[in-house]
Design a protein around this ligand. Structure first.
Ligand SMILES: *Cc1c(COP(=O)(O)O)cnc(C)c1O
Length: 421
């Protein structure tokens, strides 16, 4: 099946759900056991089945299978938010004393998790202030457990060189983890370029309607955890499951099996089946929404590029963008609807004059949303830190929605005028 068909109909077994066409919400905490032997086998991970909804839930399983297929992966784990997906995917391979490498232009929430919480936990994150692969390579050592990147950065709107980052990671036998939230698998398929683990905030375009927090981790199934002794957590016995060895029991599906059996069991950041249902509704129209998001954003970007009172426009599909070549390679259908621009005038007046754009911190909603990073999300940073994160005081980040493009452009034009009054 092709992408659009999987997005709309993939991995639903109508016979298993009383022939209900729409996905049921399994609002249950626990599942009855057929016998004591059945329960024992479930607890020893010897047979597949549901025990308790912190670990598995049939509604969650439906979005796990569908999103894994859309990314070209072999399995997935739905969790409570994008932040939880990042946390679980890193803790699955790194412990105190280990290091990971990433760009300093990543999502603010991820930056805080890495720079503060992971530091407190003894995991040292190295932030690279460069696009050169050699600058990443310089920081790799025996303790490095992965390279982490965003396919399209938020709010920096930079496109990652996924193929070369994957080659570098594999040269040192470590995986490349890619946050693919902004383009979604419809626009970018990192696994085809060598990425090993994909994470998403499904809160954004995948659910698409700004109504369901969620995250997901997808495993490509291609990384060989047994090649070195760096990943002994998969290749040596887990005492909390009677000495099970994940790579022996689950072969190339070891990553998700351990993330679920060990980390979701212990940390508890599971997804609500109701949110899985809302995410499934979003998935069914993902391709249609993304096409229009891209079309509207490109039209707005081209309009702003020629506007006398716009200082700059960041949108990788503009031909003069420094990321244009990377964007055409990794995002052949479009670069989603995240757009940055600098307003010549008073930022507060600009924001407050907007009528159609909603002032909020979210993206990937059907409604157009504007975020003013210097005034909100990045407010606590010094001017120097802001610049490093690619944020200037005139920087506006728009998530262009599905409204009529003429109305979108008029709204922005009116606010630009108001900013200069
Ligand atoms: C929003 C976002 C996250 C965090 O996701 P939540 O669902 O809000 O926890 C992570 N990465 C990127 C790129 C995001 O945009």
């Amino acid at each position: 099946m092709r992408f659009e068909t999987i997005a709309t109909q993939g991995y639903i077994d109508l016979g298993k759900q009383n022939h209900a066409i729409s996905m049921p919400i399994y609002a249950t905490t626990a599942y009855s056991f057929d016998s004591v032997e059945h329960a024992v086998n479930l607890f020893d991970l010897k047979v597949e089945g549901d025990i308790y909804s912190r670990l598995t839930n049939p509604s969650n399983e439906m979005i796990e299978k569908r999103i894994a297929a859309l990314e070209g992966g072999i399995g997935a784990l739905a969790v409570s938010s994008g932040q939880a997906a990042i946390l679980i995917s890193i803790l699955n391979i790194a412990k105190s004393g280990d290091e990971i490498i990433t760009s300093d232009k990543i999502y603010g929430g991820t930056y805080n998790l890495f720079a503060k919480t992971f530091k407190q936990m003894g995991i040292n994150v190295k932030f690279i202030n460069s696009d050169n692969i050699e600058d990443y390579e310089k920081e790799i050592n025996d303790k490095t457990k992965c390279i982490y990147t965003e396919s399209v950065g938020n709010p920096s709107i930079k496109v990652a060189d996924i193929e070369n980052l994957a080659k570098l990671a594999h040269k040192y036998s470590i995986p490349l983890i890619v946050d693919n939230t902004v383009p979604t698998p419809y626009l970018c398929r990192p696994i085809e370029f060598g990425a090993d683990i994909i994470i998403h905030s499904t809160t954004k375009y995948l659910s698409g309607h700004g109504n369901a927090m969620g995250g997901i981790i997808v495993d490509s199934g291609k990384f060989n955890w047994e090649k070195t002794d760096k990943f002994s957590m998969f290749t040596t016995p887990d005492e909390s499951y009677h000495g099970i060895i994940y790579t022996k029991e689950f072969k190339n599906a070891a990553f998700i099996a351990k993330a679920r059996a060990h980390l979701i069991r212990d940390l508890g950041c599971c997804q609500s089946p109701f949110n899985a249902y809302l995410t499934m509704l979003g998935l069914e129209t993902l391709h249609v929404r993304m096409d229009r998001h891209c079309e509207n954003a490109l039209k707005l970007a081209k309009h702003l590029q020629n506007h006398p009172h716009i200082n700059f426009v960041k949108y990788p599909y503009l031909e003069n963008s420094p990321d244009y070549t990377l964007a055409k390679k990794y995002l052949p259908k479009g670069v989603s609807s995240l757009l940055g621009f600098g307003v010549d005038g008073n930022g507060t007046k600009f924001i407050e004059a907007l009528k159609l754009f909603i002032h909020a911190t979210n993206l990937g909603d059907v409604r157009s949303i504007i975020t003013y990073p210097a005034g909100t999300t990045h407010r606590q940073l010094s001017d120097e830190q802001k610049l490093k994160a690619g944020i200037t005081n005139d920087y506006m980040r728009a998530s262009v929605g599905l409204e009529n493009i003429e109305d979108i452009i008029e709204d922005i034009d009116n606010a630009i005028k108001a900013a200069r009054k």
